[in-house]
Design a protein around this ligand. Structure first.
Ligand SMILES: CC(C)(COP(=O)(O)OP(=O)(O)OC[C@H]1O[C@@H](n2cnc3c(N)ncnc32)[C@H](O)[C@@H]1OP(=O)(O)O)[C@@H](O)C(=O)NCCC(=O)NCCS
Length: 279
């Protein structure tokens, strides 16, 4: 009675309904981006013929992210989430991807643990209700020529080659990107994107605390009077302090988990994760 099939654009209303039911921040543009990044890795669960669940696996070189694991609350606790996850894991195994990672909610974590995922570290979701007004920050807009350097910096911090994702985001909204330079080289970058409830700040990577703080200060100044979310690894203590002192409130925690080969990443350089979907 549970059947898993590939997801298509025709299933976007289902994806949007389930993410709204879970109170998540993604927009239709986020769902479309996932479908376009890895059309064969996006799945729908049907229960007695009715579509009731989703998940997506996106590969970034040797690392894959599983995201958008959602089951309609009316049919939870029947093994549908586990079947969706197993399907995504099998899809990645067939492609010989050595590492799978994800950011787990408290509801997802026990399901993933039973499937062999282990906890790595915690991320804190912070919320800011916006500044009184927009300021013109001292910001260096990122240029298309800097994308190689941005992707290399991102790979050093995350342990994954996310260039497909970063280039796509850049082309969607170049003005959301800014860099910090040290001499000729790029020492930090940040981006943001619109969300259903708040603008999601991230990804943001910085080689030092000073650079990270300047990049995020510039981001909130540029955004001004809008609610914003930022997901920060607790291991990045200067970033957590920055959020606590800068008027952000802690909303919830997520657990970053992995299965397979352990990835060497640098959470202390990650000032804002992409968001739960893509690290
Ligand atoms: C997390 C989520 C996807 C799990 O989906 P689900 O279909 O309920 O998952 P499963 O049914 O496979 O597992 C859930 C529980 O039911 C139990 N279960 C599984 N099959 C069962 C069955 N046939 N009979 C009774 N219980 C069963 C599981 O053991 C598990 O127990 P737990 O409460 O100890 O974890 C769902 O709760 C959800 O959409 N939550 C909101 C969004 C979210 O947080 N997603 C996770 C993002 S990381």
């Amino acid at each position: 009675m549970i059947r898993i099939r590939t997801m298509s654009e025709a299933d976007l209303p289902l994806g949007m309904r389930l993410k709204a039911q879970a109170g998540w921040n993604q927009t239709e543009a986020d769902w479309r981006r996932v479908l376009q990044l890895e059309p064969e890795g996006c799945f729908v669960a049907e229960y007695h013929g009715e579509p009731v669940g989703t998940t997506a696996a996106v590969t970034f070189g040797r690392v894959a992210w599983i995201m958008m694991v959602l089951v309609d609350e009316a049919v939870r606790g029947r093994g549908i989430g586990t079947r969706l996850m197993q399907h995504a894991i099998d899809y990645l195994a067939a492609r010989a991807v050595p590492t799978i990672r994800l950011d787990a909610t408290p509801l997802g974590r026990p399901v993933y643990e039973r499937l062999g995922f282990q906890a790595e570290y915690q991320l804190a979701r912070f919320q800011h209700n916006g500044l009184k007004r927009q300021a013109d920050p001292d910001r260096l807009p990122a240029t298309a020529e800097q994308l190689d350097a941005i992707c290399a910096l991102d790979q050093r911090a995350t342990g994954a080659d996310r260039s497909r994702l970063i280039r796509r985001l850049y082309h969607e909204q170049p003005s959301a990107f800014a860099v910090a330079s040290r001499g000729e080289s790029v020492a930090g970058y940040r981006a943001f994107r619109t969300g259903a409830h708040a603008t999601q700040i991230g990804p943001a990577v910085a080689a030092s605390a000073e650079i990270g703080q300047a990049l995020l200060d510039g981001t909130i100044a540029q955004l001004g009077p809008v609610p914003m979310f930022v997901d920060i690894p607790l291991e990045n203590r200067p970033a957590v302090e920055w959020a606590n002192e800068g008027g952000f409130t802690l909303q919830r925690h997520l657990t970053r988990m992995w299965k397979g080969e352990r990835v060497e990443d640098r959470p202390a350089e990650l000032w804002a994760s992409f968001g739960p979907e893509k690290g």
